[in-house]
Design a protein. Sequence first.
Length: 254
Amino acid sequence: MATYKKRGYKPKTVKEKEEVFEEESTTAEVFNTLDEGASKTEEWAVKNQKYILGLVGAVALIVLGYLGYNKLVAEPQQKDAMNEMYTAKKYFDDAVSGISSDSLYRMSLDGGEGKYGMLDIISEYGGSPAANLANYYAGMAYLNLKDYQNAVEHLGNFSSDDKMLNPIAKGGIGDAFVQLDQKSDALGYYEKAFKANVNSFTTPLYLMKAARVAMDLGENAKALEYLKRIKSEFSASTEAKNADVLIGKAEASL
């Protein structure tokens, strides 16, 4: 058991001298161990400094490379892609307005006036936000051109959290599957469409489409659920005005 000893205290008995010697030996051993450990660490660091510096350099290079890529490559690339998309987007918008629609939808896909179309942007800027958006426009153009397989492919390649584009893209896939007579697939995408975002435009629209397809498939209980939701949650919508007749049909078929 250790005992407190005043400063200047000198051991008198043999036992006390042995205790002091043991304490000094233990302290020396601890410091020697620490010195030895530090020496080994320093020796390891010196011996492996080439690898340490190489690892630090590699990490720094990766970080700087990532930042440099975003600043010098990704950002300018995205800007170029969006600039290239301007004319294709204008063709698409004019087609939606009903001016020579088919030819303009085709030009929005293939390009015109020496400018890229949506398909060129997808090919040249693959993986970029611009290419992602181009998939949406390409899919909708194909849908309007009645090329339903390509519509499904491109709309399926589009990904977004946008409150309108996300449900419309999924609903567009549903429309394409209806035309391909794949009604079960169509119902699944209409359901994804009205669940993607709740709003007064896309939600009642795709609830109604889902209800109609569900009735065609004989799933009248599901159709009734969707129609009643339109009536209760979106009573001011156009779809709500047409729901009563369908509700009657669905109830009669249960």
